[in-house]
Unconditional design. Structure first.
Length: 101
């Protein structure tokens, strides 16, 4: 997916940091292999997506985000982020190993 950058403000910065995930980790997640799935339970006002990926340090992170268009360019707006649970890591590793084959 092509995007121009990230849409950060005080609200989403604090929500991502709340679970110990740095803004740099959130952004680095999108430079690698990312599994994206819809988040229909939380998509009442706008479409929300879940990104499962690995940071440049190898930490497995889940980011809930939406896409925003500004001046014709697409930006990722992170909503929240946390480290994956063990079961999520296992699914992510299985799925990405199949993609990389």
């Amino acid at each position: 997916m092509e995007f121009a950058g990230f849409d950060w403000d005080a609200g989403n910065r604090n929500k991502c940091r709340k679970h110990g995930v740095s803004l740099h980790e959130v952004e680095s997640l999108f430079s690698g292999t990312v599994l994206v799935s819809p988040d229909p339970l939380h998509s009442e006002d706008e479409e929300r997506l879940k990104a499962f990926g690995s940071t440049e340090r190898g930490r497995k992170v889940l980011v809930v985000f939406t896409l925003r268009v500004k001046d014709g360019e697409i930006f990722i707006r992170p909503i929240s982020a946390r480290y994956m649970h063990k079961k999520e890591v296992a699914v992510y590793e299985k799925e990405t190993s199949e993609i990389e084959k």
